[in-house]
Design a protein around this ligand. Structure first.
Ligand SMILES: Nc1ncnc2c1ncn2[C@@H]1O[C@H](COP(=O)(O)OP(=O)(O)OP(=O)(O)O)[C@@H](O)[C@H]1O
Ligand SMILES: [Mg+2]
Length: 457
């Protein structure tokens, strides 16, 4: 018998090596190399979609007929928007999210809505039995005949069922449970996930069926499996939410057919997910408007803008040394900004305690939050509130100047989307882009100016 060849594959990035290593030389992560048996040269039952591909020839770009990609729309407006206006035929979409956040619920609801519109749907669950899926469907009030449920993990058999049922929409819940026979490693390993995704992509493209794949999320919050997975699919969506809240956010991280600035907000209820059409209210819900010391900043979290409230409490020191504490931001920024406010604006802060908090337990680490922080401190010190419809963005320099920030357009768009009326931002950021409708963008060049615009006397 021939010796079985093995290789070590990094479960983070897919790097392959003949030897085991403690640290992956490609992505520098520790203890991620896992032994996998190399795929044998003998093919198994064969690739499901082989033979359906045609040989393509290069064409001149002008000779290609231009057409809008055909889309199917669901009755969930928020969902359509995140996808850029509906589900594109033949697209492969990955949905990631923490355990129990509601991925299966969302996709089952979408499936039922489509089935209700005479679109045959195949819902493949590798994690739950058909009876379990039925239980959830009963809770959600789903009774569509055209919604077919399959509990299966073998990709070949799934492919066969797709050919038989001829659905116009397929859900695979989840990619980590599906396996391909020819690949010898366990389901969920890098090779399995990669191979299965490639196969699903072929099925999607050659039949024009949109396929949604559920992906698990690692401790760090990335979709489990290689980064490669995100490159292969047409769109990547994240379904997120706070453990203690019923609200869920669906965000596009990548989309080949639309913008990734969109987000959809849902509320988890007993009878399933309900769209929230007025999201700004949720974010403002817990904010005490019109109180001194509170501002909202549009901060970038990776490539996405998030709107967060920054609170400051400034009160006279009763002991010798004033206290400066900060949660959610680098605490070195606080004395620095207080010194700038003291020297450039003339606020007497040296005998004041300062407590800073980023609401909601978020951590912010970019300089663009400086301005909001400075305005919060000044507002609390003077006991004068800021306008609840304002957003502050900008880096503060040591001379009190407001410096340019990156991705201003995205931040302003997010602010506009959530119903804010004014953005106070660096003057240098004003040119070269167009503002969204319904929002006023005010450029300021010093902290003093920002305080004059932002604080209500
Ligand atoms: N009776 C109920 N009333 C309200 N909410 C419920 C009820 N039953 C379940 N849920 C919500 O649904 C969530 C589970 O949803 P779902 O199974 O779709 O999540 P998932 O993301 O698919 O999880 P997994 O990662 O385990 O597949 C629960 O965490 C809970 O918030
Ligand atoms: Mg699930």
């Amino acid at each position: 018998m021939a010796k079985r060849k093995t290789k070590y594959v990094c479960q983070e990035c897919g790097y392959e090596s003949a030897k085991w290593m403690g640290k992956c030389p490609s992505c520098n992560s520790w203890n991620t190399m896992v032994e996998e048996i190399e795929a044998s040269a003998v093919r198994g039952r064969g690739s499901f979609s082989s033979g359906t591909q045609t040989v393509s020839k290069p064409e001149s770009i002008t000779s290609i007929e231009s057409q809008k990609e055909p889309r199917i729309t669901t009755s969930m407006k928020e969902f359509n928007r995140v996808l850029g206006g509906g589900i594109v035929l033949g697209s492969l979409v990955l949905i990631g999210g923490d355990p129990g956040i509601g991925k299966s619920t969302l996709l089952l609801q979408i499936s039922s809505q489509l089935a209700g519109k005479e679109v045959p749907v195949l819902y493949v669950s590798g994690e739950e039995s058909t009876r379990q899926t039925k239980l959830r469907a009963d809770r959600l009030g789903i009774k569509e005949d055209l919604l077919y449920v399959l509990s299966e993990t073998n990709l070949f058999d799934i492919g066969k069922q797709i050919e038989e049922v001829r659905p116009s929409f397929v859900v695979i819940d989840s990619i980590q449970t599906i396996f391909k026979e020819e690949v010898t490693s366990a389901p969920g390993s890098v090779s399995q996930v990669r191979e299965c995704t490639v196969e699903l992509m072929k099925i999607a493209k050659s039949n024009g069926i949109p396929i949604f794949i559920v992906g698990h999320v690692t401790k760090e919050g990335a979709i489990a499996g290689p980064r490669l997975l995100e490159h292969m699919v047409d769109a990547v969506l994240y379904f997120e939410g706070e453990r203690h809240h019923t609200y869920r956010i669906l965000r596009g991280v990548k989309n080949r057919f639309g913008s990734t600035n969109e987000m959809g907000i849902f509320e988890m209820k007993e009878e399933g997910l309900r769209e929230v059409l007025n999201p700004s209210e949720i974010f403002l819900e817990e904010r005490s408007e019109g109180t001194a010391g509170s501002t909202v900043v549009a901060s970038m979290e990776g490539t996405r803008p998030v709107l967060v409230e920054i609170q400051a409490l400034i009160s006279p020191t009763s002991f010798g040394n004033p206290r400066r504490t900060a949660t959610g931001i680098d605490h070195n920024r606080v004395p620095l900004l207080m010194a700038v406010l003291e020297k450039r604006v003339g606020l007497m802060l040296q005998n004041q305690d300062a407590y800073i908090k980023v609401a909601g337990g978020v951590k912010l680490d970019e300089p663009a939050i400086d301005l909001a922080l400075a305005v919060s401190i000044a507002s609390s010190f003077r006991d004068q509130p800021t306008n609840p419809d304002d957003i502050f963005v900008g880096e503060v320099g040591l001379t009190g100047e407001i410096r340019r920030v990156s991705r201003i357009e995205q931040r302003v768009q997010e602010a506009a989307k959530l119903g804010f009326k004014r953005v106070i931002c660096p003057k240098n950021n004003l040119d070269g882009w167009s503002y969204p409708k319904g929002i006023q963008v005010i450029g300021v060049s010093t902290v003093q100016e920002a305080l004059e615009v932002g604080i209500i006397r």
